[in-house]
Write a protein that binds this ligand. Structure first.
Ligand code: FPP
Length: 253
């Protein structure tokens, strides 16, 4: 048995996280280290997206949420933005047959109207073509930022209050969650950030209130199946208390 299979076997299959979110950082540095241009790092990063999607699906993760392009990423040099948009559209089209074979459902989170026409059409097509799939749900965050999303939710609720549909004192956490782009999706159990930085960068701020955070120095294009399993093993060794005491958690189990 090879090392990877051995690691996979050591996972507790009854405690696979339902929802894994990822910040895919380090493409630019990976490219620079190799003497390539930054976009080559993004192209290589797509292979990692393919692998983590496959492994998540095989392990029974229900939701995989990837930070593919942030609101702030629009400020990058225009040629890098254009290449990333091209790559995203191209990758989703190329991967579609395999996503369908694996019963993976595509979902888009973010200000998708800002995505250039060509990539947006391919993304919409993939979302519609996989709408019937019941396996892994792959949430792609595009032109996404958490403050944007929270502001939008506040705006929607304020509009409902202004036209008398709801009263301000009736607003609950649940109602707020239901107005985020992640409505209906359980909060992430585990957030993985590659690339060595230990910050959240405006990602799922509301949703990660009780998520386990895992940071690895491995650059996204190098993030292997074995690195992913290491993160899952680390997750399984943690005790999630949700504000309770250790004794309370153990009594509840
Ligand atoms: C961060 O690395 C990565 C991004 C801004 C883009 C990530 C996008 C992909 C891997 C493609 C996604 C495609 C699909 C189909 C989901 P960075 O450029 O900030 O790296 P650096 O910190 O080393 O400069």
């Amino acid at each position: 048995m090879d090392d990877l299979q051995h690691k996979i076997n050591s996972l507790d299959k009854s405690r696979i996280p339902v929802h894994v979110a990822m910040i895919m950082d380090g493409n630019g540095r990976w490219a620079k280290q190799k003497g390539f241009v930054r976009s080559d790092g993004h192209a290589e990063g797509i292979s990692t997206v393919h692998r983590v999607t496959q492994l998540s699906s095989d392990l029974g993760v229900r939701y995989l949420t990837l930070y593919a392009f942030s609101t702030e990423n629009w400020n990058r040099p225009s040629d890098e933005v254009a290449t990333l948009m091209y790559l995203i559209g191209w990758a989703i089209e190329r991967e579609l047959p395999e996503l369908l074979r694996n019963n993976v459902r595509i979902n888009l989170l973010g200000d998708i109207d800002r995505i250039p026409d060509d990539a947006r059409q391919r993304l919409f097509y993939a979302r519609q073509a996989t709408a019937h799939c019941t396996g892994l749900q792959l949430n792609m965050c595009l032109s996404y930022s958490s403050r944007w999303e929270i502001t939008e939710a506040a705006r929607k609720l304020a509009a409902k209050a202004a036209n008398g549909e709801i009263r301000p004192e009736e607003i609950t956490e649940k109602m707020f969650s239901d107005n985020l782009t992640t409505a209906g999706i359980p909060d992430p159990d585990l957030l993985i950030r590659t690339g060595g930085e230990e910050r959240i960068s405006n990602y799922l701020l509301w949703q990660i209130a009780y998520s386990e955070l895992y940071f690895t120095p491995v650059l996204w294009p190098d993030f292997s199946d074995s690195d992913y399993i290491d993160a899952l093993i680390d997750f399984q060794n943690r005790e999630r208390r949700f504000g309770m005491t250790s004794e309370q958690v153990q009594n509840n189990e």
